[in-house]
Design a protein around this ligand. Structure first.
Ligand code: NAD
Length: 332
């Protein structure tokens, strides 16, 4: 049996990554769309053979409750809309996949988890890298202590944000700057590499070099996490330039992934040399993985709402540490 999914929001990620990936999935297929832009409908209908009755807008979205074709809704909207559409999806009796960051606050994240629990539906976050062979091999290097215990992680993610009018630069829609958007991958990468929850955080915001463009959100920031076993991490996230790396220093060696958080182009190497790993379609693997956990009624703990919430707690800690200039204790 294949599950039916509806994409909610037909922007860049839904159009260029998710919909094409859904042509490769085995356990889930594209059956519906939810869009506020009617002009997008004809090309989606033609390309993906979506019947009229499976097309919704944001006004009539709740009527999806009556549509048996759709088992899962995938929220691919600007960050501040994730909570509302996740909760509406759960109330309509659908499983929900929600893009990262799951919300713009811990409080909203908790409300989303509660709504899905109440509806008896699964909530999964779009953490595609949990199904990526490079990251799985990276995690194995840490768990099996291939080079001994990991003592330090460097994880950074950033890119040059072009269009000054995009929603990513408006706090009301994004919830914050590069930290919310891509820094969250560095937090994830650090947490799953070390395999513990951080107990404290320090953080710094860099002065803005383009204050007009970044009047609403931070431009670049850095943070450090402190783990109960003594490991530490250092991270950088920015909207000014490309930086994309996950590095682990262990007792007897090191391992790293370059272009770590991209959709493709990963390269893993250790102090012994490069590793040959065959890339896959991350989005297809992620959606198939989530679909299997729904079909088997076993929540995907690696990408669950609870997992998303842990990152939101770290993010709030980072903002608190920047505001106070002090080391902030975390309770993850
Ligand atoms: P986008 O700007 O390309 O698309 C956003 C969509 O939301 C558009 O279709 C737009 O019409 C719609 N929208 C509805 N209301 C809007 C409003 N008030 N303002 C602006 N747009 C509105 O963005 P995107 O890159 O597709 O990102 C969407 C979500 O997906 C974000 O949460 C982002 O973090 C996430 N994302 C995840 C990945 C990943 O690798 N997991 C990659 C890209 C984006």
């Amino acid at each position: 049996k294949k599950l039916g999914i509806a994409l909610v929001g037909l922007g860049g990620y839904a159009t260029n990554q998710l919909a094409p990936a859904l042509m490769q999935t085995q356990h889930i297929e594209l059956r519906g769309i939810v869009t506020g832009t009617p002009s997008k409908i004809p090309q989606w209908q033609e390309k993906y053979k979506i019947p009229e009755k499976n097309i919704y807008n944001y006004g009539n979205f709740d009527e999806i409750a009556d549509n048996k074709d759709i088992d899962v809704v995938y929220i691919v909207l600007p960050n501040s809309m994730h909570a509302e559409y996740t909760i509406r999806g759960a109330k309509a009796g659908k499983h929900v996949i929600c893009e990262k960051p799951m919300s713009v606050s811990v409080k909203e994240g908790e409300e989303m988890i509660a709504a899905c629990k109440k509806a008896g539906k699964q909530l999964a976050i779009g953490y595609r890298l949990h199904y990526d062979p490079f990251h799985l091999e990276f995690i194995r290097h840490s768990r099996e202590q291939v080079f001994g215990k990991v003592l330090a992680v460097e994880a950074s993610d950033g890119f040059r944000a072009g269009d000054p009018n995009q929603w990513r630069l408006k706090k009301a829609l994004s919830g914050g700057g590069p930290l919310m958007d891509v820094g969250i991958y560095a937090i994830q990468g650090t947490r799953y590499t070390i395999g513990e929850e951080p107990i404290a955080v320090t953080a710094q915001e860099f002065p803005k070099t383009m204050p007009e463009k970044f009047k609403d959100v931070e431009e670049s920031l850095a943070w450090q996490l402190y783990f109960p076993g003594g490991a530490v991490s250092n991270s950088f996230s920015t909207y000014t330039t490309n930086v994309n790396r996950l590095f682990a220093g262990a007792e007897k060696g090191w391992f790293e992934i370059n272009n770590a958080f991209g959709y493709s182009g990963q390269q893993m190497r250790t102090n012994k040399g490069p590793l040959q790993i065959t890339p896959i379609n991350q989005q297809a693997a992620h959606m198939d993985g989530v679909a299997l956990s729904i079909l088997q009624n076993k929540p995907a703990n690696n990408v669950s709402g609870e997992e998303g919430l842990r990152d939101m707690k770290v993010i709030e800690g980072i903002y608190e540490a920047i505001a106070s200039g002090k080391k902030v204790d975390l309770k993850i």
